[in-house]
Design a protein around this ligand. Structure first.
Ligand code: HEM
Length: 434
């Protein structure tokens, strides 16, 4: 991963052994599956055969009730609860709120600067957007403290789960405990506010925590326990901020390097901006007009998917392609490699956003940057909105060019630019809304 040869490793393995092969991964017998049929099999497999498999560190840092640890009816219940906030019908009212966060971030970190590092700034921006919409926390000391603790949690996600003083994992555990104390207090405050407002739909939907607190099942009982709300708020924050910031950073790089994509995308945003009064916020309808921009994002996700490989645990023996895969093994697969399959995506290394012009341009389970099946990313709409809103602001206010000598990246396991992607920025001269 770190040497950026993961794709080559997969290709070489498939060339040598075909789409099914076995190996030992850190002491666990593992079967490696590859291709569109494998994606379909894994994403649609029942939860009694394959269960989600996360590193131990994730369970210890995010809690045992976080969605990635759950299966069956529990997974369905918690996922349903998260989607009741992350669905487009709810998120569409928050386009303006996301834009306000983008504006504040840009005023603080971009305006008046000649050079910035795009990747760390995009991470800080997606943290701000999520703090506002997931926790309902505005700028201030409390948000800053939370962000700092989250940074420590994330640092430990893929570290060795050794809890000794001065290990990275120990610092992450301490940060996770502090976040839990803060979130318990936040839950108490939000519950109080909801009581005072008699849980109107508007107050319940003002952030993810309020939404989860107000959900009831068919017997009018609380749907999620406090522990479940806390564990899932933490996992949503971790799952959502890195992925989206990586996508936006890679688009920033692309736009600096590809004048023809830049010209088309800039034109799309000029058209939207010219119909808006100065300072008028973007709307859901404006986002619907950013069709080319989202195709560029999809094509970026096709070539550089933030999530490269995943694991599942085998709960019962099963047969795949004539092989019996025994209980206790794990399945590893790099779903997104189908996105570079030339039989599905001709000339796969070429960036071509027009690939996504048609409604369903590719066979099911071949474009899988957001996963598939019952565990498909529930935050894809959230990611779409924050990406479009951020790009609109950037394209409206700045021009930029790459200023780093080294703009290569490695996987950790998500893509990270070696120097953070330094860019020289200039304010745009002509008037445009925002
Ligand atoms: C470009 C941005 C994003 C990408 C590429 C992405 C990708 C993915 C993928 C591939 C999975 C499935 C993993 C598997 O099957 O093992 C996933 C799951 C998940 N994502 Fe995202 N994600 C993004 C943004 C977000 C955002 C913004 C949120 C929250 C607001 C989010 C929340 C989640 C959650 C909670 C899961 C677990 C779902 C489950 O287990 O049922 N993601 N994501």
């Amino acid at each position: 991963m770190r040497t950026n040869t993961a794709e080559n490793w997969v290709q070489e393995r498939v060339r040598k052994y075909g789409p099914v092969s076995k190996f030992n991964f850190l002491g666990t017998p593992t079967v490696f599956l590859h291709g569109q049929a494998a994606n379909k099999f894994i994403y649609t497999c029942d939860c009694n055969t394959l269960a989600n498999q996360q590193p131990t560190s994730i369970r210890r840092l995010m809690g045992e009730r976080n969605i990635t640890e759950l299966s069956g009816i529990d997974h369905k219940r918690v996922r349903g609860a998260l989607v009741s906030f992350l669905k487009p019908e709810v998120l569409k009212q928050y386009v303006g709120r996301m834009e306000e966060e983008v504006k504040k971030h840009m005023e603080m970190h971009w305006h008046g600067k000649e050079e910035v590092q795009a990747m760390p700034l995009m991470k800080s921006l997606t943290f701000s957007i999520m703090s506002s919409l997931i926790f309902g926390l505005e700028q201030g000391a409390r948000r800053d403290a939370l962000v700092e603790h989250f940074q420590h949690i994330i640092n430990g996600v893929l570290s060795m789960p050794v809890n000794l003083p001065f290990t990275r994992f120990n610092r992450s555990l301490q940060a996770s405990a502090k976040v839990r104390v803060m979130l318990r207090e936040l839950l108490r405050e939000k519950r109080e506010t909801l009581k005072q407002q008699h849980t109107s739909a508007a107050s319940a939907n003002q952030d993810l925590i309020s939404c989860l607190l107000s959900l009831r099942n068919e017997d009018d009982l609380i749907l999620l326990s406090d522990e479940e709300i806390i564990d899932n708020a933490i996992i949503v924050m971790v799952a959502g901020h890195d992925t989206s910031s990586i996508l936006i950073t890679f688009i920033i790089k692309l736009l600096a390097n590809d004048p023809s994509v830049y010209a088309t995308i800039a034109q799309e945003h000029e058209e939207i901006a010219k119909n808006k009064a100065s300072g008028e916020l973007l709307t859901w309808e404006d986002l619907a007009k950013m069709k080319y921009t989202w195709r560029v994002a999809m094509e970026t996700l096709r070539i550089i998917p933030p999530v490269f490989c995943s694991f599942r645990k085998v709960l019962t023996d099963f047969e795949y392609e004539g092989y019996i895969i025994p209980k206790g093994w794990q399945v590893m697969w790099a779903a997104c490699m189908t996105q570079m399959d030339e039989k599905i995506f001709p000339d796969p290394s070429k960036f071509d956003a027009t690939r996504f012009e048609k409604q369903s341009p590719y066979p099911p389970f071949s474009f899988v940057a957001f996963g598939g099946g019952s565990r498909m990313c529930p935050g894809n709409e959230f990611a779409r909105i924050e990406t479009l809103v951020t790009l609109h602001y950037l394209l409206s206010k700045f021009t930029w060019k790459l200023s780093c000598r080294d703009n290569s990246f490695f996987r950790d396991p998500m893509p990270v630019f070696n120097d953070g992607l330094s860019i020289q920025i200039k304010p745009k001269k002509h008037r445009i809304s925002c």
